[in-house]
Design a protein around this ligand. Sequence first.
Ligand code: RB5
Length: 148
Amino acid sequence: MRIAVGADHAGWPLKEGLVRFLMDRGWDVEDFGTFSDESVDYPDYAEKVGRAVAFGKVDRGLLLCGTGMGMCISANKVDGVRAVTAHDLMSARLSRQHNDANVLTMGARIVAPAMAEEILGRWLDTDFEGGRHQRRIEKIQTMESGRF
Ligand code: RB5
């Protein structure tokens, strides 16, 4: 399984630890940066990771910034991306079971690294339930640009 990862300067320290966590769990990680605390713009990284997910180059995406929210807003501009910000285990689980979220965002200024690992692990390990939720995903897809 492949996962694309990206962060801005605020998310970068959290990203480094989560990349190691993912590799330890056997994930093939494509790291789009950033690789330092030099100030950068989060939409640039959200677009790269979002496109990798939407084009099927990877199975999932992970984006880190200060709050997780700028990354989430930006990634959701890419058709095919269903990005969620999750800072608790229930949100992580339900975003997979009900929303088939394919990108997880978290804020390095919000969540501690150990909690971020728990959230990421829960999110990766939870499957989409399908059924009535599939119909709702299809309605989201219909809303994507040029199709409604
Ligand atoms: C950067 O200072 C900060 O605004 C960014 O990391 C993120 O939190 C935006 O949503």
